[in-house]
Design a protein around this ligand. Structure first.
Ligand SMILES: *Cc1c(COP(=O)(O)O)cnc(C)c1O
Length: 442
């Protein structure tokens, strides 16, 4: 069960299939988060038994090179010794207290040190909670109701944000979720990503009613699409001009694309650039349920118990999760961590691009730090409608060919991919070889 995969192709999926049958009887769709169900790509989801480094193994003992990394958190790879040790130590000291701990203070200090736009921070348990809470806080602090989001950006599954959201919803071809009353989303303006003129128009019409603009600066829930520098610059200028808060949803990009998050990448092109508020998740928990939101002191002081905006959580700042997150944040601060991770990720995208191009298949990709995306398209899309032009049956064939070769990409073409520090040059080579075989055999 634990031996590395020596079979080159086509695992028997019997135990995965049996588990999936059992799961479907009791869990809607057999999964606890929709995109895991393989609904977009077809086939039987793999039930994972264990993971180590850059790999995980399914119920049939098949090994996969893991390019989802728990959808972002596992930036060090699985089972990093320093993280395991920190978690084991924390567990022995108790699972949860419901009272403050020193580690929460340490973690807050780390976050504030690494992300200069954050002056105060609050810990929560999921990215959904972080973005939902930021919106309440933005509305409470500004006394305004409207919010701006962009088509194809996903900000978790809270009601006000499930408006033509990307990711799982886009995969299932549904523009909004059932169960969200129209009144709840009537204050949410959904605009096209990277469309400056439309943004200007929205502000000129509604600017004084807008509490915040929320954006994934590098969108990872419509595969991988960067906001252009002029677009981010305009977002900043308009928010400042109209006293609206600029919120960066860095649940995915935070500590993933760079130590200072995507905001530090944009600050290289826009001197002095800062968002007002930031949502964090994924990497900050290192694989444990933890997320955070923070920003300027003036805004954060509106939160209870200091201010009138209510927000709370039984397991917020959980002592085991903070141990895991802190150990992870300490590892990623080691010298050259992001240089090495970025180079490895770029080598994957370059290798895949070369394999496809060599076979005459339209293909392009992009990456930043340890996050990447690729498209079966000739040029990189700039917004959601362009992403939608991807040939999804072709993507599904690619996905299954890779899976059969022991390479696990996200089971939907609307998802970004992730490389960890545990991925070796040999892992990338094996991945590119598998892709080369697929493209050559088409
Ligand atoms: C994953 C994600 C969320 C939601 O986080 P959960 O922990 O799944 O609730 C929000 N925003 C972005 C950008 C994400 O990638």
């Amino acid at each position: 069960m634990e031996q590395p995969n020596t079979k080159p192709v086509a695992p028997a999926t019997s135990r995965n299939a049996t588990l999936f049958e059992r799961a479907q009887k009791l869990i809607p769709g057999g999964v606890n988060s929709p995109v895991r169900a393989f609904k977009a790509v077809g086939g039987t989801p793999r039930f994972i038994q264990r993971a180590q480094g850059a790999y995980f193994w399914d119920a049939d003992g098949q090994r996969y090179i893991d390019y989802i990394g728990s959808w972002g958190p596992m930036i060090l790879g699985h089972g990093h010794p320093a993280v395991v040790e920190a978690v084991q130590k924390a567990v022995l000291e108790g699972f949860s207290y419901g009272a403050p701990t020193e580690r929460e203070v340490e973690l807050a200090e780390e976050i504030v040190k690494l992300v200069p736009s954050i002056e105060m921070v609050r810990l929560v348990s999921s990215g959904t909670e972080a973005t939902m809470s930021v919106i309440r806080l933005a509305r409470g602090a500004t006394g305004r109701s409207k919010i701006i989001k962009f088509e194809g950006c996903y900000h978790g599954h809270s009601d006000a944000l499930l408006v033509k959201a990307g990711s799982g919803l886009a995969t299932f071809g549904s523009p909004t979720s059932a169960g969200v009353p129209p009144e709840v989303v009537q204050h949410t303006l959904v605009l096209e990503y990277n469309h400056i003129a439309q943004l200007e128009e929205a502000f000129s019409l509604h600017g004084r009613d807008i509490a915040c603009l929320m954006i994934e600066p590098i969108a990872g829930n419509m595969n991988f699409v960067r906001a252009s520098v002029p677009f981010i610059k305009r977002c900043r200028e308009l928010c400042t001009q109209y006293d609206a808060l600029l919120v960066f949803d860095e649940v995915m990009t935070g500590f993933r694309v760079a130590l200072g998050g995507a905001q530090s990448v944009y600050a290289q092109s826009i001197p002095g650039f800062k968002p007002d508020m930031t949502a964090l998740g994924k990497v900050i928990g290192g694989g444990m349920p933890m997320a955070a939101f923070g920003g300027t002191r003036a805004v954060m002081e509106h939160l209870a118990p200091l201010g009138g905006v209510y927000q709370a959580g039984t397991l917020s700042g959980n002592p085991v999760a903070t141990a895991c997150g802190l150990a992870t944040l300490r590892e990623i601060q080691k010298p050259d961590f992001y240089d090495a991770l970025g180079a490895r990720t770029r080598s994957l995208v370059a290798g895949l691009t070369q394999a496809a191009t060599h076979a005459g298949v339209p293909f392009c990709g992009d990456s930043e730090g340890g996050m990447f995306g690729f498209f079966l398209l000739g040029t990189l899309p700039q917004n959601y409608p362009q992403v939608m032009k991807t040939d999804s049956p072709a993507f599904n064939r690619f996905f299954h060919a890779m899976l059969d070769s022991g390479v696990y990409y996200a089971p939907a073409l609307y998802e970004a991919g992730f490389v960890s520090a545990a991925h070796t040059a040999e892992d990338i080579e094996a991945t590119v070889e598998a892709a080369t075989r697929f493209f050559a055999g088409r």
